[in-house]
Design a binder for this molecule. Structure first.
Ligand code: GDP
Length: 702
């Protein structure tokens, strides 16, 4: 049967890793007792080492799941003893004072505000000197609330203990012999959930502190009968008094001395259970039989869970297995693919068109600045319409204007602007990839992705914009225009102007609607014009009367109050749009004239066509060099950066963490793992039941 307990302890910890639900729990021994009842001393006596945190105010703050694993020593071998914290990855710890230190640190890590944490510490101890047992050490019951132990702590500990003393666990109630059992919170809590004491063992510590007869009468258990009985121990474990490496031996000796000295009461002839050895044996027996009787139920429960998990896995994932590694690989592949698709948006004609649009805006600005705001603008239209005027007759004024316009355009920082335009496009492409699936689940990876691609771009922007600027340099001095280019430029200018006309008209329409119709707008405009007139008169008068003492004007009510200020602003906008419309229409007429159609020699009279050709040339050249210096480079480098910088340095644990950031993958992995573990547990349980006397197969569902 020994074998059975060992196996079941293994199975128990596997089940604990599957889930914490009560249905899948094999029994463990839960140690409860009030503070200073000697709980730690008992546990250390069982283990044979001092390993629990000590010191003033050092109470257990987290449950310790203590699994003892008996490791038989072969003949002639040195016995090996060590502990392990499976959750911490610290490896084997052979020095028990290191275990003690780790437990102390884990305890201290619980924030003072919480005082007690529900999260158990998993500790395994391997030794030839321990029996196969699982014990859970819980924070001791607080008897008196003190300043540094708030009232709520008392309650918190009680709740925590209640959670653990439920079935099927065995309760080890630790009480000191020198304290009246009636005052033992451990016994009281035990009685609440196990009134007959069917799964409660009493441990009476500090037997040496009461007269042997009194001690014996406590162990007889007549006052508070427990089915599993009481065991008396002497388990002094004051770190100060014990020599470090001889702890177990000395303790044992002290206990033997005591019970040996009182043979008449505790000797073999009495039926009383005393001593740590007896306690160990008793615990083994009780755990064993409890485990054995749980076996059947747990097998059924696991079978049911396994069937459910198998069914779900089939239904939800069609039995498709995944690994964290495959998810990482797929994510990288998908990212590269996605990127590749996106690069289609950066083909040269598309880039050229984008740059052209940007330059068209610049052209419009230049035209507005140099032509539309010029009072003489209508003259240019008249010149274009006059067939007698020859291009060489046109005033130098207009030639200079055209040169200035062309120069404004070519020297407007096209290199930098066009490079930034494309780089911004790339940036927002990367940002959209980084914020979309699945990177929305992986914020750190997304951040990395954005970071290195932005860095990549930053590196290229300076070089590219210099290169582009350099290549458009010739256009700053001389621009040759072919007739075919001219015609194209003229047509494009017409299209742009027509769009602009449509835009102005719709704006005007909006304003008309907003202020309440065309007539009303007419009034408003008339009114604004009259205001402007008055303003002008006032200014000239002021200038004329400058120097002589000013005659105060009769104060009149400010006229603008006749209409709401919002409408005055609308009227001013409407005036701007209609001025713009007038000039656009004039220029459209010129652009469509015979003169402009005739060819590039008329550039001075048709600056729009000329500037359009210039913009075209600039866009073409810029796109070419941006392609070479920025895009080709970026498209080549980006997938390589993904390989070498995105998820390249993850270890196994980080890969799993990454994959689990995606909830869909996490659910898949969880279910798959649950199913695997249940299968493994089921296999082990089945192998056990063939060992058992009555190999009753678990009933199958359906
Ligand atoms: P815990 O707070 O319940 O874990 O109690 P400890 O195990 O730390 O013991 C509290 C105090 O009682 C310590 O000073 C121990 O040395 C002492 N103690 C524990 N067991 C015995 C015992 O069997 N006899 C005597 N005389 N003292 C004991």
């Amino acid at each position: 049967l020994m074998h059975l307990t060992k196996k079941l302890i293994e199975i128990r910890s596997m089940l604990l890793s599957i889930d914490q639900s009560d249905a899948l729990k094999l029994p463990s021994i839960v140690v409860i007792g009030s503070q200073s009842s000697g709980k730690s001393s008992v546990l250390e006596a069982i283990v044979g080492h001092e390993f629990l945190p000590k010191g003033n105010n050092m109470v257990t703050r987290r449950p310790i799941e203590l699994t003892l694993i008996h490791t038989p020593t072969e003949k002639g071998e040195k016995p090996v003893e060590y502990g392990e914290f499976p959750g911490l990855g610290l490896g084997k710890i052979s020095d028990f004072s290191d275990i003690q230190r780790t437990l102390t640190d884990l305890n201290l890590a619980v924030p003072a505000s919480e005082a007690v944490s529900n999260d158990p510490i998993d500790l395994r101890i391997y030794s030839p000197n321990v029996p196969d047992l699982t014990l859970i050490d819980l924070p001791g019951y607080v008897q008196i609330s003190s300043l540094d132990q708030p009232e709520s702590l008392k309650e918190k500990i009680a709740l925590l203990c209640d959670k653990y003393i439920r079935e099927p666990n065995i309760i080890l109630a630790v009480c000191a012999a020198d304290v009246d059992l009636a005052n033992s919170p451990a016994l009281r809590a035990g009685r609440k959930v196990d009134p007959l004491g069917l799964r409660t063992i009493g441990v009476i510590t500090k037997m040496d502190l009461v007269p042997p007869e009194l001690g014996a009468s406590i162990l007889e258990g007549n006052r508070y009968p427990l089915h599993l009985g009481y065991v008396g121990v002497v388990a002094k474990s004051s770190g100060k008094r014990w020599k470090k490496d001889a702890t177990a031996v000395v303790a044992q000796r002290g206990e033997n001395d005591y019970f040996g000295a009182h043979k008449e009461v505790f000797g073999a002839s009495s039926s009383l259970m005393v001593g740590t050895d007896t306690l160990r044996r008793r615990l083994m027996e009780v755990l064993e039989s409890s485990m054995a009787s749980s076996l059947h139920g747990i097998t059924n429960a696991v079978q049911l869970e396994l069937e459910e998990a198998t069914y779900q896995f089939k239904v939800q994932y069609n039995d498709r297995r995944i690994t964290a590694e495959s998810y990482v690989a797929e994510t990288i592949d998908a990212l590269k693919l996605r990127f590749k698709e996106f690069t289609q948006q950066f083909r040269r004609p598309i880039i050229r068109a984008k740059l052209k649009t940007m330059l068209d805006d610049k052209v419009m600005d230049v035209l507005e600045q140099l032509y539309w705001l010029d009072k003489r603008a209508p003259e240019l239209g008249a010149l274009a319409a006059d067939p007698k005027v020859k291009p060489e007759d046109v005033e130098a004024y207009w030639r200079h204007k055209l040169e200035a316009a062309s120069s404004l355009l070519t020297k407007s920082g096209v290199g930098r602007d066009s490079t930034l335009l494309v780089a911004d496009g790339l940036r927002s492409l990367i940002d959209s990839i980084a914020s979309g699936e699945p990177f929305n689940f992986h914020p750190q990876a997304a951040e990395r992705l954005v970071e290195f691609s932005h860095a990549l771009l930053r590196d290229r922007i300076g070089v590219t914009s210099d290169q582009v600027e350099n290549c458009i340099k010739p256009y700053k001095y001389d621009i040759e225009v072919e007739p075919r280019e001219w015609e194209q430029g003229r047509e494009q200018a017409i299209r742009l102007f027509e769009n602009e006309v449509t835009m102005c008209e719709s704006k005007l329409k909006d304003i008309r609607k907003k202020v309440g119709g065309g007539r009303r707008l007419g009034h408003l405009i008339g009114y604004v014009k009259s205001l402007e007139e008055k303003e002008k008169e006032k200014k000239t008068r002021l200038i004329e009367s400058a120097g002589s003492p000013s005659v105060e004007e009769p104060t009149q009510e400010p006229e603008s109050y006749r209409y709401p200020p919002g409408q005055i602003i609308d009227a001013r906008h409407a005036m701007l749009y209609s001025d713009r419309l007038n000039i656009l229409k004039l220029r459209l007429m010129a652009l469509k004239s015979k003169r402009c159609r005739a060819g590039p020699e008329n550039d001075v009279l048709c600056p729009e066509a000329f500037l359009n050709v210039v913009a075209d040339k600039l866009a073409y050249t810029s796109a070419m060099f941006i392609n070479i210096e920025l895009l080709d480079h970026f498209f080549y480098q980006f997938p390589r950066e993904i390989d070498s910088r995105l998820l390249y340095d993850l270890d196994r644990r980080e890969i799993v963490e990454f994959a689990r950031e995606n909830p869909v993958v996490r659910r898949h992995l969880d279910l798959q793992e649950r199913k695997d573990k249940l299968e493994e547990v089921m296999k082990q349980l089945n192998s056990l039941s063939t060992l058992r006397a009555d190999p009753q197969p678990a009933p199958r569902r359906h």
